[in-house]
Design a protein around this ligand. Structure first.
Ligand code: NI
Length: 268
């Protein structure tokens, strides 16, 4: 599959499942801006059947290579980021995985059961990134149990393999050309920002600043009833140049840690 096809398909799924993300995108378009993606992100569990490397396969086949490796100690996550070898404007791909062996036997049992239910054609093929929840209808009781240990685990248990966020490249915007302007613009439109650790994660000195919306609530059919829980979110990133003028292209685990909290459960 070609790079453009992959992103078109992921974008179609993301905007269908997250109408608010589409509204955010359309607000930029209404301002006359052209929206380019800095990166997209996926989540998974560290399990040989569904780890980062399995999710990365379609991107590697389309010409991506691995660039960075990251450790998010507080969240018990590791991550890799990928860039396209030749297409300069192709979004970066960021994939994280939960180190499940750092958690309770109960959480590990849930993850093992989920991983065992992933069909072999997804484990050995290229389509896992498009597959969504492949382990069957979730239980709200299990969601709540997982949340106590890891909001990331709980979110992933419900939604599975979907794009967790797309990220607007502020560098590609004309009018809204600072992260402060983007954040104010979004708040004026009534969107909620993730303010955990401050609205802006990172600094110009670190060469990367990011912010994000708080994931909007979505009605989910659980086996034990219908409940509203946070879905996916939208992110915004601005990159600064090194002294040689080249833009920084990586990620900073320390400053991006709180971005993961954009899908945490909250009072509506
Ligand atoms: Ni991100």
């Amino acid at each position: 599959m070609q790079t453009q096809q992959i992103f078109d398909r992921l974008w179609a799924d993301y905007t269908t499942q997250n109408p608010e993300a589409k509204k955010v995108h359309d607000s930029f378009i209404s301002e006359g801006e052209t929206v380019e993606n800095d990166h997209i992100a996926f989540r998974t569990f560290f399990d040989t059947r569904i780890n980062v490397d399995v999710l990365a396969r379609p991107f590697l086949d389309a010409g991506y290579v691995q660039k960075g490796y990251y450790l998010f100690e507080d969240k018990h996550l590791t991550a890799k980021h990928y860039e396209h070898k030749t297409l300069a404007n192709a979004p970066r791909v960021f994939i994280s995985q939960l180190m499940t062996d750092h958690f309770s036997p109960a959480l590990q049992t849930v993850v093992k059961q989920c991983a065992a239910r992933v069909p072999d054609e997804l484990v050995f093929g290229n389509e896992l990134v498009f597959a969504g929840n492949v382990w069957g209808p979730p239980s709200y009781e299990t969601y709540e149990m997982l949340r106590k240990e890891s909001e990331y685990a709980a979110w992933l248990y419900v939604y599975g393999f979907v794009t967790n966020h797309f990220t607007v490249s502020i560098n590609s915007l004309k009018k809204l050309n600072t992260i402060q302007k983007v954040n104010q613009f979004l708040k004026d439109k009534g969107f909620l920002l993730n303010s955990a650790g401050g609205e802006i994660k990172g600094t110009p000195e670190e060469l990367l600043e990011q912010s994000s919306t708080k994931a909007a609530f979505q009605e989910v059919n659980f086996v034990d009833g219908t409940f509203e829980i946070p879905s996916c979110y939208y992110e915004f990133a601005i990159r600064y140049p090194y002294t040689d003028g080249k833009l920084y292209s990586g990620f900073i685990a320390k400053s991006a840690d709180k971005i993961f909290e954009s899908t945490d459960f909250y009072k509506q």
